[in-house]
Design a binder for this molecule. Sequence first.
Ligand code: TMP
Length: 207
Amino acid sequence: MTRGKFIAFEGGEGAGKSTQARMLAAALTERGIACVVTREPGGTPGAEAIRELLLGTAGDGWHPRAEALLFAAARSDHVARLILPALDTGKWVICDRFVDSSRAYQGGAGGLGDADVMALHQVGSQGLLADLTLLIEVSPETAAARARARDGGKADRIGGRDGAYHARVASAFAALAQAERERFARIDGDADAALVHQAVLAAVMPR
Ligand code: TMP
């Protein structure tokens, strides 16, 4: 059995990742490729419970290191129970966010540093990386408008952080993509969803 491909969508708030993940899955299914669409934090019952702990706005929130550990724990469960078993049975896995989100948010914007985030990922998920990571990049104006439309002004604990934090997230993502050009494709997400989808297909199909 040929192992499936693992494709991750990454980007800041309101980039349109979830829409693009669904559109890619539909396009692959049409071509006879079995795929699973999933998300982080989440994707398994345990990881969805950790998502609520991380993103719910009750209480004081988490220290940056505890936050990174919780993301790594959620990812570990997701990798072991959903992602690897699906890939092993030949399915493609399309994941809305993966470890590069921890690298950009906790490692870059949160100040933890890349080495510590990757050390947690090594322990939790044996350092698994996607075969292809699609970084959807949008202007801050587009991001804010889409996030407002989606959340109706009720951002989660991390989405609600200030503009400076989200600007650091965007530059951390850009630096990762620049450093790992083989694994990343950078997609301009400001256009409408159908055009962005064409760019996604153009990046995925050669692989
Ligand atoms: P989303 O699923 O709506 O994109 O929300 C997930 C939020 O969690 C978003 O603000 C990004 C944040 N996040 C991290 O900070 N680190 C991570 O590793 C992941 C997967 C998400």
